[in-house]
Write a new protein. Structure first.
Length: 119
């Protein structure tokens, strides 16, 4: 039974990690291109925040995918050393995700307040 679990879980982990990698690469390239465009134009702080928010949302999504892969990996981990390593990585990713989501929520709230004042 364990062999079947490992047989199906390892490819799933690889696919999820690839999806996270694609999200990070594509969103980074997009954010870089948008930031370069803003650097050479008259841009407002609002436009720069929008670039950051969009990028941060994609990073949160990628971190969430990576956490899912970590959870799957712990289910097939066979040694305490690898389990501790995976757990440490998961904790770090969870903290990164938490603080990134918190920053995104604060920026979104600030934007809503500014739009409310401007209306």
């Amino acid at each position: 039974m364990r062999e079947w679990l490992v047989l199906f879980t390892e490819p799933a982990i690889a696919v999820i990690d690839i999806l996270a990698l694609v999200l990070v690469v594509v969103s980074t390239l997009e954010a870089f291109a948008r930031a370069c465009r803003l650097m050479f134009s008259e841009s407002s702080g609002r436009e720069r925040r929008e670039v950051w928010l969009r990028y941060a949302r994609w990073l949160v999504a990628a971190l969430t995918f990576q956490l899912a892969a970590d959870i799957l990996e712990t289910s097939i981990s066979s040694s305490w050393e690898s389990l501790v390593r995976i757990a440490a990585i998961a904790v770090i990713r969870t903290f990164l995700n938490y603080f990134l989501e918190k920053d995104v929520a604060e920026l979104e709230e600030r934007q809503r307040q500014q739009l409310g004042v401007a209306e």
